[in-house]
Design a binder for this molecule. Structure first.
Ligand code: ZN
Ligand code: ZN
Ligand code: ZN
Ligand code: ZN
Ligand code: ZN
Length: 246
């Protein structure tokens, strides 16, 4: 394991596994994520899954009644039915895995008091060394400092919102389209208007609501071909929401 050490021990950082070359988050051990805290990751995954699974079609249909350009997106949505379905299945898997993983960590893991990394107690002994099982052998990523299990804080499980609450944050179709000043869409290269979509698993990838369907499906294909899991996009309704999840 190789890690970028942070100045602040509470800060998460990127850990690159020497065996598989994958990038992990030091605090939650999930695929490394950008511009969002570990606590919000499950909620963001859930939000993206619901959007892809049911809300996109509903949102486009409502908007299409006011704005004919949305009718084009809606037609594309019908056309992309098979691709959407495949992705939804993969996203459902990613979401279910994330929820199960949170539950497991809440039961079995704590945070190292020195570096806040997630550590799992493998054997019964309460003397821990961050990054390795006390009795040797196991090599988890860690700072190498000693502590006892009782000194370590319990793993804080990510809160999962209920689906009904999730449905309420979409802008109503009759409201004016929000403009995200100085934020450019990587699809059409124009200023983002409406819902902004940020990939949390890429250093920088942003789409506007008109490009989002086709561009994120293309991104899904790329990641699938690279043998990666589905990336998750965070929905940002207004510029004020952006700082909320950091
Ligand atoms: Zn690995
Ligand atoms: Zn994390
Ligand atoms: Zn540590
Ligand atoms: Zn765009
Ligand atoms: Zn991505």
């Amino acid at each position: 394991m190789w890690a970028f050490e942070p100045n602040d021990p509470n800060e998460r950082f990127r850990v690159i596994c020497q065996l598989c070359a994958n990038e992990f988050c030091s605090l939650c051990n999930q695929q490394y994520h950008y511009r969002t805290g570990c606590q919000q990751l499950t909620v963001i995954t859930e939000r993206w899954f619901f959007w892809c699974n049911s809300e996109r079609a509903r949102y486009l249909a409502k908007r299409a009644r006011q704005d004919a350009t949305y009718a084009v997106r809606l037609a594309e949505h019908e056309k992309q039915h098979a691709a959407n379905r495949q992705r939804n299945e993969e996203l459902r898997h990613r979401y279910d895995t994330a929820v199960a993983d949170e539950k497991y960590k809440a039961e079995h893991c704590r945070h190292c008091p020195h570096c806040h990394r997630v550590v799992e107690r493998i054997e019964g002994c309460a003397s821990m060394i961050c990054g390795q099982d006390y009795h040797g052998g196991n090599t988890q990523s860690g700072c190498g400092k000693s502590f006892t299990w009782d000194q370590a804080k319990k793993y804080r499980s990510a809160t999962v919102r209920r689906p009904e609450q999730l449905m309420n944050d979409l802008p109503p179709p009759e409201s004016p389209v929000v403009v995200h000043e100085n934020i450019k869409c990587d699809g059409c290269h124009e200023t983002v208007r409406g819902i902004r979509f940020d990939c949390v698993h890429c250093p920088s990838l942003i789409f506007c609501e008109k490009c989002e369907q086709n561009c994120t499906l293309a991104h899904s294909d790329e990641n699938r071909r690279a043998g990666q899991q589905q990336h998750v996009f965070r929905l940002i309704m207004t510029p004020f929401d952006e700082a909320m999840y950091l």
